[in-house]
Design a protein around this ligand. Structure first.
Ligand SMILES: [Zn+2]
Length: 278
């Protein structure tokens, strides 16, 4: 049995990203509605290469997510930036799916029980084995609709930034090839769905808040990742959107602090006075 079957037919289980965008009738009314969105209209080419541009996504049902403690806020506008984080958890050598799903649960528990947030803070999570998981509730359908689930991962900028937490700590070593490949695929999916230019939209947490996140090594990889994302999009027949100049909501590039708190799951300020959700 493949992992696809573990969570049964529940639409909150596991779903290929390609299916989210194409909204096949087999998935029922809820996702048919998602399929008839702007995001899917941009990528109506249903050839195999286009579908392969989207990651295999494990939905909340797959990792046993708790329901949010208060309603999730969804903006009818796309995010302007995609923020790359590390999780500040060990650089595990367990690359299994089970480990990845446990990681999602442990992050959610920390965010809800220790931080007091309504749900897990980030919209997407990638394990060192390259498994990509839904984070905050309602994320996949919002991406497909061109909408933005407001998370808690980048202080004072949560209304304009979607966040990807990448398992590990990348202050002195880089991520696995599997994680890097899935990150490129995920970034290409988001840039395509939201009409974002990879070179303008893909940033690190430290570009907005005083933190070392996503670590010196992963941060130094961002230029190469942006190039790979743009190439991936073009290879799928998707022209990257024109680059937009950052407005007042753009990155401020604060200095990296020398005495950042060092504990598991903490990777910089995630909420601030300008954020209206938790
Ligand atoms: Zn971070």
């Amino acid at each position: 049995m493949t992992p696809t079957h573990r969570s049964g037919p529940d639409r909150r289980g596991i779903l290929r990203g390609a299916v989210i965008a194409s909204g096949t009738a087999a998935l029922g009314g809820a996702l048919s509605a998602v399929g008839a969105t702007n995001a899917s209209a941009r990528t109506t080419d249903t050839n195999v290469s286009t579908q392969a541009a989207k990651p295999y996504l494990y939905w909340r049902g797959a990792w046993g997510a708790r329901p949010p403690s208060s309603p999730i806020q969804v903006l009818a506008t796309p995010p302007r930036y995609i923020v790359v984080h590390h999780t500040a958890t060990p650089n595990s050598t367990d690359y299994s799916l089970d480990h990845a799903l446990r990681l999602s649960r442990s992050i959610q528990n920390h965010h809800m029980d220790t931080n007091g947030w309504s749900d897990t803070g980030q919209q997407l999570t990638i394990s060192r084995g390259g498994h990509v998981m839904e984070g905050r509730d309602r994320t996949p359908e919002s991406i497909a609709a061109g909408h933005h689930v407001v998370g808690a991962h980048v202080a004072n900028n949560n209304s304009t930034c979607i966040g990807i937490e990448n398992e590990g700590l990348y202050t002195s070593v880089g991520p696995t090839g599997a994680l890097t490949d899935s990150l490129v695929t995920t970034l290409a999916w988001l840039c395509s769905a939201y009409g974002l230019n990879p070179h303008g939209a893909i940033l690190g947490h430290r570009d907005f808040n005083a933190t070392a996140c996503p670590g010196n090594v992963l941060y130094s990889m961002l230029p190469e990742l942006r190039d790979r994302v743009a190439r991936t999009m073009r290879a799928r027949g998707i022209a990257p959107a024109a680059r937009q100049e950052p407005g007042e909501d753009g990155p401020t590039y604060p200095p990296v602090p020398e005495d950042e708190p060092d504990h598991e799951f903490y990777h910089g300020p995630a909420r601030g006075p300008d954020d209206f959700t938790r």
